[in-house]
Every structure is written in structure tokens, then in C-alpha cells.
Design a protein around this ligand. Structure first.
Ligand code: NAD
Length: 797
């Protein structure tokens, strides 16, 4: 085309980025890539190689090794051998290494950007301006945490060897989010990139070794889901950090249940993009472009559900369609394009089918008349209007450039539609009324909320979801804790086998029938009232002397469901002020103190401890209530200043309704130690007390009845944990489970929590010393009782 023709059409000319260096690097590995284990590539053996293709052309790009069990074993062994020394070199030395990695990424920024665009099909503009700079920022930021580790995380130790599995949509960025915090804090890593996009991870490992990263600290094993499964199952891996689909996340939760491996899951989403009628509409339209057409919509936190206030909907759609007509699709290395290729024909087919289903279910489909490249897996930007909130496309993650639009009338309706999702990753809120936006943000079920903005990320601001979007955070201080464990917890030892198993106690109920009747059976405590158990059966509780001390109600599934319903209805507790929660905890302490002698006597009777030990347990329980009364208004969020004009408010939020199963030891102190942090942070609880010593919990009703806790905040269902746990675990209105007891209880808890992907806190049969405040009290517990929501608030004109 001549210059005058460009003037006539006002069209962009091609502006290709050179791929010479990237192709030269690929040519150096033309025999195929091995894994990167213990500081070097393993040989690529014929027979175990598969092709990875260039999405934009469908042509083969490189040959990659399918990792076997033996490869995973070798990588884990290398990581294990390196870990002790990697931690021992200290925070400052690790900070130098992370700094070197950040510099290495910047030195090779162009090569990384091109390799990533070729391998993934996304526009070079995105890899060059977003992915790679964020990767460098991640290593710089975490170099800082390594430097500060001994000071800021003195009470924590590294988790050990970490298995990390990442998806194909942001291959290099997800690698950085995973390995930067893990390495910074003294862990070593075995990482598996996605089978579609392994190249940037292999390039990174190669250049990291050249930059002096010690052998074994970072190992990359390539392959498909089977290789990932081998990492998940490996007994010498201490933690799995997974980013990917909710289905695979759920499978990993199941496979790791009871193994003692810690787990973080960054899963799918269907994030709402809410536009109120006072929004800056042009800005919101540009927001939509970023929200759903960035990376061809293959973004976990894509603003995939557009919710527009009814009065502006038609105008908004018209302007949006006009803007869609200006989007440019093209080859990924063209610096002027907006939309590249989807990852693979299979993804193209999945997106196409979902759009078809949407239309069948009544949606109107709009695709602009723009030129689409032939070949590859290109899918046009798509807008579906007339979508019903219950339709498939409104609830399923499409993971493609498809925006699903709905309208709302009132703020409450906007919230109801936004929260009507099994996911909870992110949300965007558009309104020029800051009061409205800041009122909506806390009410959204999401881990990240962007006000008048979208898809903003920073290494210093945590990212992660709630509900079926997973648990755990990446980035910031909260992300660091995912790769650490409390030093005090690392010292826990297995519970003494002398403790009678719960099942034996349940069996002994039959024996109680032969004993003379005791005239008082403690009921359950549900919704602020004592309630008879549904089955009208009771459980005999025996004292240390073997005599029947009393009976408690034998709760069943229905009782648990009633208790969960009561807890669910007590949502106002989660919105109440920290000051009010502190007052309530102090008052519980006061009421317990008034009955101290009674409780001490009961402890002597039930557990056989000395009178002194019993009094001490009561006093410790009072002190613990005070401690959490103190924390209630002091465990707070933070204001981050990411590199932009604006702030990100890290808000500490309660998890919601938490099910608790208490252990047998120190029955009063353990009960208080588990319940108090949850209450302090605004959760509502359903507690199954130790069935062996349940009378201590039923005695507590009187403390509760004289307290000012609203009904439903604490619910107590006595009975056998083994029977009650499955109902708690499978209940979709229970958001987290804390269970303390034997190893089997932990395994069951983790296995059954997969339904709605509850967060769990279990002890794998290792006893907590409840008398030791360092182990049994404080921020480690408060972190488990909360989740952080980051609300991004840009400012300026
Ligand atoms: P995927 O779950 O199919 O694969 C992710 C990774 O898991 C790949 O490396 C894959 O090889 C591996 N894998 C597959 N089966 C496995 C198994 N049984 N055991 C262990 N590993 C296994 O997901 P995908 O299609 O690659 O990625 C898209 C998904 O990732 C979307 O749902 C998206 O929302 C999600 N995602 C989430 C985030 C987040 O931060 N929340 C970020 C990016 C992507």
C-alpha cells in the first residue's frame, strides 16, 4: 500500500515485531526440550516428546518432553536436596538472587515477550507492556520480602518443597506469581507449565541458571495433566499451589486430602462488571474492552458478565457495539492488534459451542464486521444481550472473548445478580458516586474489586478468590503467608494414642441405657435458644471415674442443617463493628469468670485433672477471650500504593459460616480457642464440641445466654463428629471447616470439603498445646478466620 492509500483508508499498516531471537533460541533446542532439573536440561528422549503449536498458525513450534513419574521423582529429589541450604543462606542472599532474576527478566524482556506471544497467541502489545513488566515487578517486590523475612516473618518457617502447576493463559506471569514468593521465603520449587505453553518457563529456567540461581532451587517438569497428577501425589512435596480450572482444582483437593500437604487454589471465575447509571460511560466502555477482550477473554478474572442499569442499557450497548467495530484482530506479533488467537482449536470449539447454547437459550448475538485472520484459532469479539441470569452462558465460565450482558434496576438487584454465581474471583464497579461504589464493594462476593477500573494487578496487592474460585492469595504480605507456616505449629506432635477414640464413646451410649436415668439432658443450642435434638436421642457423657456424668442431645443431620440455617440468618454479625464484637467477647469472658468454679469442677469431673489444672484451664480460657476481644478491633487491613494513581484497600473480611469440630484435650480451652478468633473476625459458627466431654460445652449455654451475642452467631450441636461432619462438610452454606482430632477426621474434612471448595483448617492428628499462647492464639488463627478483599480505587480526573 502507498502512503496516500493509507491516508485514504486511515487503516493501520502492519507493524510486526521481529521473532529472530526467539526463533534462534528455539532452533538451539530443535532436538526437543528436556526438563530443567537440578540446574540443567535433561536429555530429550525420542518417544517421550510431543509438539507444542503456534496458536496463530497451528504450526508446530517446539518439541516438549512428557514428564514421567521418574522425572517428577528426580525433580522433587533435587528440590529437597537444595531446600535446607537455600533457606540457610538467609534472607539477604535470597534477596540478591531474586533481584538478579528481576534484572534477568528485564534484560531479556523482548525475547520473553516474543516467545510468550508465539506460544500463547496473545498480542505482543500485551506480553510486552503487561505480562513481562509485571513479572519483573513480582521479582523485585519479593526480593524485598526475602530481605525482610527474618524481621517480618520471624515466627514463621518455610513450607519446604512446593509443587506448582500453572495454566496456559498467562504462562510466564503465573510462573512469576508462583515462584517469586516461594523462593523468596526459602522454599524450593517443582513447577509444571501447561502443556500448551511450556516455552517461557523453560526459557526462564535456563536464564535463571545463567543468572546464578543455585541448582535444584527451581525445577521445571513439562507434560500434561498426568505429570501434574504425579507432582500432586508425590509424598515428598509439602505444598501444592495450583492455578487452573475449578474441576482440576477440586480433583487436587480430593487427591491431597489427609496428606498433610498445604494447598492453594486459584481457579475459574465469572466476574461481574457492574455499570451504574451515573458512571462515566465512555470510560466504562473502555473498561469493558479491557475486561473481556484482553487476552481474548482467556482471563480467570475477566469481566464476563456485564450488568448495566436499565435506564442506560440501550445507549451503552450501542456505544459498545461501535467500539467493538474498531477492535483489530491479527497476528500476535503485530504491534497494532487488539485481539490475537485463542490457545487451540479445542478452546475455539468450546467457545463456539457455548455461544451457540446462549443463542438457543434466547440470547441475541452481536459480532462486529471486522476482518478476522484465517488459520489459527481466531474468534471474533462477541456480545450476548437478552441473557437471562439463569441461562448457561450467564453462569458457565466461557474463557473466550464473549461478553454476556444483563440489566438491573436497583442497587440491591445489581448485587443479587452479581453474587448469583458459584464463583467469586473479581468484580468491577462503575459509578461516579464514590459512596455508592465503596458501599457496593464490601457486599460483593469476590476476592478483588476494581472501582472504575478493571484487570489491575500488582505484586504488592493480593489476588485470589472466594467460593469456587478457590482459596489463598498471591501477591503482597498475604501471599507470603501461603509459603510459610508458624514455627510453633511445626513443633506439634501426634496426639497421644491413650485418648479414647470417639467411636468408643458413641458405642458406650448403649451402655448408658442400662444405667439409672439421670434427670437432666442438655439440649442443643441453635439460633440463640436451647433446642431438643431432632432424633430425640441422647448421648451419655462419662466422667474420668467411668461414671455417667450426664447426657447430651445426640444431634443428627437435621440438627446440623437447622444450625447452619440459624448461622446463615445471623449475617448481621459479619457486618457489625469490630468494637461491638470486642465488647461481646469481653462480656463472654466476664460471664465465664463469674462461673469459674463451676467450670473448674466440671473439668475435674470430666477429665480427671487436678483442681489446680482445672482452674488454670478456666483462667486461660478467660484470658483467651480477652485476647480475641483485644484483636477484634486491631487485626486490620492495609492501604497499598501500587504503581498507579490510586490505592488498593486490603480489607479483612470474615469467611462467613464456619463449622468447627473440637478436640478432646483441654475441652474448655480448646473450644474457646477455636470459637473466639472466628467470632472476633465476624464469622458465625456451628460447633460440634468434643463428644467425650460435651457437657463442658452445654454448660457454656448459660454463659452464652447471659451474653449479648445475637442468636445464631454461635450454634452448638452435640453428638458424634463422625456422623455430623459429613453434613457440615457437604452443606453449601458452610464456607469453611475447622476440625481438630485424629488424622482420619482431617482426611475426611478435606475430602468432603470439595463440593463448594470450602477452606479447611485441620491438624492431621497433631496436638496443639492449647496452654501455649504462641501456638494456640493470635494472628495465625486470625488469618485462617478471615480472607482479604482488595478494593482498587484509582483517583484523579
Ligand atoms: P486446567 O485446569 O485444565 O489446567 C491447568 C494446569 O493443570 C495445566 O498445567 C494442566 O496440565 C494441569 N492439570 C490438568 N489435569 C491435572 C491433574 N489431574 N492433576 C494435576 N494437574 C493437572 O486449566 P487450563 O484450561 O489450563 O486453564 C484455564 C483455567 O485456569 C480457567 O478456568 C481459568 O479461570 C483458570 N485460571 C485461574 C487463575 C486464577 O488466578 N484464579 C488464573 C489463570 C487461570
Amino acid at each position: 500500500m502507498s502512503v496516500s492509500q493509507y491516508f485514504d483508508t486511515m487503516d493501520y499498516g502492519p507493524a510486526p515485531e521481529s521473532d529472530t531471537d526467539a526463533r534462534a533460541w528455539l532452533a538451539r533446542h530443535s532436538d526437543g526440550f528436556g526438563h530443567f532439573i537440578n540446574g540443567a536440561f535433561t536429555p530429550a528422549t525420542a518417544g517421550s516428546l510431543f509438539d507444542t503449536n503456534e496458536p496463530a498458525t497451528g504450526k508446530p513450534l517446539a518439541r516438549i518432553t512428557q514428564g514421567t513419574q521418574a522425572d517428577v521423582d528426580a525433580a522433587v529429589a533435587a528440590a529437597r536436596a537444595a531446600q535446607e541450604n537455600w533457606f540457610a543462606i538467609g534472607g539477604h542472599a535470597r534477596a540478591r538472587h531474586l533481584y538478579a532474576l528481576a534484572r534477568m527478566v528485564q534484560r531479556h524482556a523482548r525475547l520473553f515477550a516474543v516467545v510468550e506471544a508465539l506460544d500463547n497467541g496473545k498480542p505482543i502489545r500485551e506480553t510486552r507492556d503487561i505480562d513481562v513488566p509485571l513479572v519483573a515487578r513480582h521479582f523485585y517486590h519479593h526480593a524485598g520480602w526475602a530481605q525482610l523475612q527474618e524481621r517480618e516473618f520471624a515466627d514463621q518457617v518455610p513450607v519446604g518443597v512446593i509443587g506448582q502447576i500453572v495454566p496456559w493463559n498467562f504462562p510466564l506471569l503465573m510462573l512469576a506469581w508462583k515462584i517469586a514468593p516461594a523462593l523468596a521465603l526459602g522454599n524450593t520449587v517443582v513447577l509444571k507449565p501447561a502443556e500448551f505453553t511450556p516455552l517461557s518457563a523453560l526459557l526462564f529456567a535456563e536464564l535463571a541458571a545463567q543468572a546464578g540461581l543455585p541448582a535444584g532451587v527451581l525445577n521445571v517438569v513439562t507434560g500434561d495433566g498426568a505429570t501434574g497428577a504425579a507432582i500432586v501425589a508425590h509424598p515428598d512435596v509439602n505444598k501444592i499451589a495450583f492455578t487452573g480450572s475449578t474441576d482440576v482444582g477440586r480433583l487436587i483437593r480430593e487427591k491431597t486430602a489427609g496428606s498433610g500437604k498445604s494447598l492453594t487454589l486459584e481457579l475459574g471465575g465469572k466476574s461481574p462488571f457492574i455499570v451504574f447509571d451515573d458512571a462515566d460511560i465512555d470510560a466504562a466502555i473502555e473498561g469493558v474492552v479491557d475486561a473481556i477482550w484482553f487476552n481474548q477473554g482467556q482471563v480467570c478474572c475477566a469481566g464476563a458478565r456485564l450488568l448495566v442499569q436499565e435506564g442506560i442499557a440501550q445507549d451503552f450497548y450501542a456505544r459498545l457495539k461501535r467500539r467493538m467495530g474498531m477492535l483489530r484482530a491479527g497476528t500476535p506479533l503485530d504491534k497494532t492488534i487488539d485481539i490475537g488467537s485463542l490457545i487451540a482449536p479445542s478452546q475455539h470449539e468450546r467457545v463456539r459451542k457455548l455461544v451457540e447454547i446462549g443463542v438457543k437459550e434466547g440470547a441475541t448475538c452481536y459480532q462486529p464486521d471486522i476482518s478476522m485472520p484465517v488459520g489459527g484459532s481466531y474468534f471474533p469479539p462477541t456480545l450476548l444481550t437478552n441473557v437471562h441470569p439463569a441461562s448457561t452462558v450467564a453462569s458457565e465460565e466461557i474463557f473466550g472473548p464473549v461478553l454476556v450482558a444483563m440489566t438491573f434496576r436497583t442497587h440491591d438487584e445489581a448485587l443479587a445478580i452479581a453474587n448469583n454465581s458459584r464463583y467469586g474471583l473479581a468484580a468491577s464497579v462503575w459509578s461516579e458516586t464514590i459512596g455508592l461504589a465503596l458501599a457496593v464493594a464490601p457486599a460483593l462476593k469476590a476476592g478483588v474489586v476494581w472501582i472504575n477500573s478493571t484487570n489491575l494487578f500488582d505484586a504488592g496487592v493480593g489476588f485470589g478468590g472466594v467460593r469456587e474460585s478457590g482459596f489463598g492469595r498471591e501477591g503482597g504480605r498475604e501471599g507470603c503467608y501461603e509459603y510459610l507456616k508458624p514455627r510453633a505449629w511445626a513443633k506439634r506432635v501426634a496426639r497421644s494414642a491413650a485418648v479414647k477414640p470417639v467411636a468408643a464413646i458413641v458405642d458406650s451410649v448403649a451402655a448408658s441405657a442400662r444405667l439409672p436415668l439421670v434427670d437432666r439432658t442438655a439440649k442443643l443450642y441453635v439460633g440463640g435458644k436451647q433446642a431438643r435434638s431432632d432424633g430425640e436421642q441422647s448421648l451419655g457423657i462419662f466422667g474420668a471415674n467411668g461414671k455417667l456424668a450426664g447426657e447430651v442431645g445426640l444431634g443428627n443431620r437435621k440438627d446440623i442443617r437447622n444450625a447452619v440455617a440459624a448461622a446463615h440468618a445471623a449475617a448481621s454479625w459479619s457486618a457489625t463493628t469490630p468494637h461491638r464484637r470486642a465488647q461481646a467477647l469481653y462480656y463472654l469472658a466476664e460471664n465465664l469468670s463469674a462461673r469459674a468454679e463451676e467450670f473448674a469442677a466440671r473439668l475435674v469431673e470430666l477429665t480427671g485433672v487436678s483442681a489446680d489444672a482445672a482452674s488454670n484451664e478456666v483462667e486461660q480460657s478467660i484470658s483467651r477471650l480477652f485476647a480475641y476481644g483485644a484483636w477484634a478491633d486491631k487485626y486490620e487491613g492495609a492501604v497499598h500504593v501500587p504503581p498507579m494513581r490510586g490505592v488498593a484497600l486490603a480489607m479483612v473480611e470474615p469467611i462467613g459460616v464456619v463449622g468447627v469440630v473440637c478436640p478432646d484435650e483441654s475441652p474448655l480451652l480448646a473450644f474457646v480457642s477455636l470459637v473466639a478468633p472466628l467470632l472476633a473476625m465476624g464469622n458465625r459458627v456451628v460447633i460440634v464440641p468434643s463428644s467425650r466431654h460435651a457437657l463442658i460445652a452445654t454448660d457454656f449455654y448459660q454463659v452464652l445466654e447471659t451474653s449479648d451475642l445475637p442468636g445464631g452467631v454461635i450454634n452448638i450441636v452435640t453428638g458424634a463428629a463422625a456422623t455430623l461432619l459429613p453434613t457440615l462438610a457437604e452443606h453449601d452454606d458452610v464456607d469453611a471447616l475447622w476440625t481438630f482430632g485424629d488424622a482420619a477426621l482431617s482426611a475426611t474434612t478435606e475430602r468432603l470439603s470439595t463440593g463448594n471448595l470450602k477452606r479447611t483448617l485441620v491438624d492431621y492428628g497433631l496436638a496443639t498445646d492449647w496452654n501455649d499462647a504462641l501456638s494456640a492464639e493470635g494472628p495465625a488463627w486470625l488469618r485462617h478466620a478471615t480472607q482479604i478483599k482488595n478494593v482498587w480505587v484509582p483517583y484523579g480526573e
